[in-house]
Write a protein that binds this ligand. Structure first.
Ligand SMILES: *Cc1c(COP(=O)(O)O)cnc(C)c1O
Length: 367
């Protein structure tokens, strides 16, 4: 069986170094927002090409804290609308709701599956004050075009970079395109912790400071609370793990790219639509998303061949009971993706034999 993702294999590939790093963090005697956290924040800010990084508890809270901070700063107000792509993971939309803002959905670009300027224009209204664009499947948002549009229309651009660690657009890193970005280091992401973890990146000193304060009980100085905050901090063990794994992120992303290239060259089945790779070296392939009108049969066929797959995502957010308020809204492209998308196994530690077997299995599919 070729599992969709073998996390044990991923973790083992960082040994014995990873256990050493953990042991040091355990022995340090300081467990939340200490030296390890500071070190990772510095390194990750530099990696993304921004001035600040704030380690938080997970990706959802990274995004929520950005929106709450803008409300605190008076740049957004409760009830303002935020444009979000309709085909994202529900966490993007939950972050907007949790901050008291109103998500306005729009269809993505059918080629890149990402939010485009056209998509934003379709959803624009006087109530819209911000855009939340997602580096979906590991492909960077059209950052230059979106930030130019946002500037002209006086909108805040937030990037959901939870799937985009290391992705590029014209030599610029995901996490640096908008006014701020939220990252998740959920174990299965391209840069994954061994538990929950997240971060906010930004070059805005005021936003960085408000996010940091909000995430620590609204306090900058112990027992002095200037805001009504939450507890959403990055712990030292996860920070130490992330620092160590960050050293190999570009190399592992390059391995992912090579596997993606093999899939793109090797899969020749007319019943399967391949993803658009974009410019060489830019996509980091968090998900290798193929599409097929025969998805169910294709998935069953691959299971029989011993190839694990996943669907990202089977029910679009506007069809979830949690978002009944979206009513009968219809997003044809998001709908089409939800009905036809299938994700093939793709991670840096796959063997040549496994890669060939996946290609062979997909090519052997017929109806
Ligand atoms: C994983 C993910 C999140 C949420 O991250 P968590 O750390 O699980 O809270 C948000 N948005 C997208 C697009 C994601 O893939």
């Amino acid at each position: 069986m070729i599992p969709y993702l073998d996390l044990k294999r991923v973790t083992d590939s960082f040994e014995p170094g990873l256990s050493k790093v953990l042991e040091n963090a355990v022995k340090s005697g300081w467990y939340i927002r200490g030296k390890e956290c500071e070190k990772f924040e510095r390194e990750f800010a530099e990696f993304c090409g921004v001035k600040f990084c704030i380690g938080v508890a997970n990706g959802l809270e990274a995004l929520t804290l950005i929106f709450k901070a803008y409300i605190q700063m008076g740049r957004l107000h409760v009830g303002d609308a935020v444009i979000v792509p309709a085909n994202t993971y529900i966490a993007s939309i939950l972050a907007v709701s949790e901050a008291g803002l109103v998500p306005v959905l729009t269809d993505p670009d059918p080629l890149t599956y990402n939010l485009s300027v056209e998509g934003v224009k379709r959803a624009l209204s006087p109530k819209v004050k911000a855009i939340l664009a997602v580096d979906l499947y590991g492909r960077a948002i059209p950052g230059n075009a979106l930030s130019e549009f946002a500037k002209i229309h006086d909108l805040i651009l937030v990037e959901d970079a939870a799937q985009g660690h290391g992705a590029l657009e014209n030599h610029q890193r995901a996490g640096s395109f908008g006014d701020a970005a939220g990252f998740s280091f959920y174990p299965g992401k391209n840069l994954g912790a061994l538990g929950d973890a997240g971060a906010v990146t930004t070059s805005d000193p005021e936003l960085a400071s408000v996010v940091r304060t909000l995430s620590n009980y609204g306090s900058e100085q112990k027992y002095v609370n200037i805001l009504k905050g939450v507890n959403s901090r990055l712990d030292e063990l996860q920070a130490a793990i992330l620092s160590y794994k960050l050293l190999r992120l570009d190399e592992d992303n390059a391995k992912r790219s090579r596997i993606a290239e093999k899939y793109l060259r090797g899969i020749l089945n007319p019943l399967v639509i391949l993803p658009n790779p974009g410019k060489p070296g830019e996509h980091v392939w968090h998900v290798f998303a193929v599409r097929s009108s025969y998805r169910k049969a294709l998935q069953d066929h691959l299971t029989k061949y011993g190839v694990g797959t996943l669907i990202h995502y089977p029910i679009p957010p506007h069809r979830q009971n949690a978002y009944a308020e979206f009513g009968e809204q219809y997003f044809p492209i998001a709908e089409e993706i939800a009905e036809t998308e299938l994700s093939l196994p793709l991670y840096a530690q796959m063997t040549e034999n496994e890669i060939s077997k996946v290609i062979e299995a997909v090519n052997a599919f017929h109806v």
